[in-house]
Design a protein around this ligand. Structure first.
Ligand SMILES: *Cc1c(COP(=O)(O)O)cnc(C)c1O
Length: 344
């Protein structure tokens, strides 16, 4: 049985072109800097983001953690949004690996206000830790794939600059943000000192993320990557897919956004399901099924019997993610199933 898998865009499989490219990839030992395909991917990534240098990392989590390690010193404090990936889903890494503490702020739609950020920056005082990094997430996963408005991004960067604090962007889905805004990704990237973005989500590469920033930052980050066991050898087989991800797969994300919109508008019409359509900007749909008298796990089990996979948990929120391989027909079928199951 084949499933309509809406759990995440990480379930995307490499495209036939990627498999071909893997087979043919020219490779070398990347720890010696001798893998031509990794080198090409890193040059491409830096160029696309308008930064000096880039580093191929094993995962988005590794990229974020290396960024925090590189920007901070143990004992520092960093500012993050309350529901951000770094604080929620990275196994407490910032405490363990960087030895920093977190100052979390709630942000409407996932974006902290520049005023709240400014108020959280520590002044010089013998009692206080040093605030050494501001992290933002764009698109914001747990807020529903929301896109940070450019003027807000600009103001955030201005506050950071006023205090000489770098900004790291968890841009796992930064190309979804650029697609939504209809701008070149550089227009987003220019407001962050470092950016992590994923090749292995909606862009279909099997493995890997990129970290970009200044040459000095990336040189230091490369050493931390080695420390964390991320110094890979013939990684060009993976980088070959990353090159196709950047060249081709960034261009088709609009289709995923359209499908998410169709799904969201359909779900919003179901009386027992609550959904804020304002949050549905990219490829993520989060709805609240409190009205159904079941939790997310029970809901997902019910859908599974009908060939649909979604991520539910023991609360009332259910997340759907559209991606390459999910068609409009799949979405219409999903809606049909949910409508039927929720009205009997
Ligand atoms: C998926 C994700 C990551 C981490 O990526 P992995 O490759 O799964 O480690 C980081 N940030 C956000 C916002 C994500 O959605």
């Amino acid at each position: 049985m084949s499933f309509i898998d809406l759990r995440s865009d990480t379930v995307t499989l490499p495209t036939p072109e990627m498999r071909e490219a893997m087979y043919k990839a020219e490779v070398g030992d990347d720890v010696y800097g001798e893998d031509p395909t990794v080198n090409r991917l890193e040059e491409m990534a830096a160029e696309i983001m308008g930064k000096e240098a880039a580093l191929f990392v094993t995962s988005g989590t590794q990229g974020n953690q290396i960024a925090v390690m590189t920007h901070t010193q143990p004992g520092d404090e960093i500012i993050l949004e309350e529901r951000s990936h770094i604080i929620t889903y990275e196994v407490g890494g910032i405490g363990r690996l960087s030895g920093v503490q977190a100052k979390t702020i709630y942000g409407k739609y996932g974006f902290m206000s520049p005023e709240d950020i400014e108020a959280s920056i520590r002044e010089e005082n013998i009692h206080y830790p040093r605030t050494s990094l501001i992290c933002i997430e764009n698109t914001h996963n747990r807020a529903g794939g929301t896109v940070m408005p450019l003027n807000l991004l600009k103001k955030t960067k201005e506050v950071a600059e006023k205090y000489g604090i770098p900004v790291h962007m968890d841009g796992a889905r930064i190309f979804n943000a650029a697609t939504y805004l209809g701008v070149d990704v550089k227009e987003i990237a220019k407001y962050a000192d470092s950016i992590m973005f994923c090749l292995s989500k909606g862009l279909c590469a099997p493995v890997g993320s990129m970290l970009v920033g200044t040459k000095k930052f990336i040189d230091k980050a490369r050493k931390f990557r080695k420390m964390l066991g991320g110094g890979l050898r013939q990684a060009g087989f993976l980088a070959a897919c990353g090159i196709i991800a950047l060249e081709k797969m960034t261009k088709r994300l609009k289709e995923d956004h359209e499908n998410a919109r169709i799904l969201a508008e359909g779900l919003a019409k179901i009386p027992a399901i609550a959904l804020d359509l304002n949050t549905v900007q990219t490829n993520i749909v989060i709805c609240d099924i409190s009205g159904l008298k079941m939790n997310g796990n029970e809901f997902s089990k019910m859908l599974l019997k009908n060939g649909i996979k979604v991520n539910g948990s023991n609360n009332s929120y259910v997340r759907f993610v559209t991606h390459y391989g999910i068609s409009k027909e799949d979405i219409l079928y999903t809606l049909e199933v949910i409508e039927k199951l929720t009205t009997i």
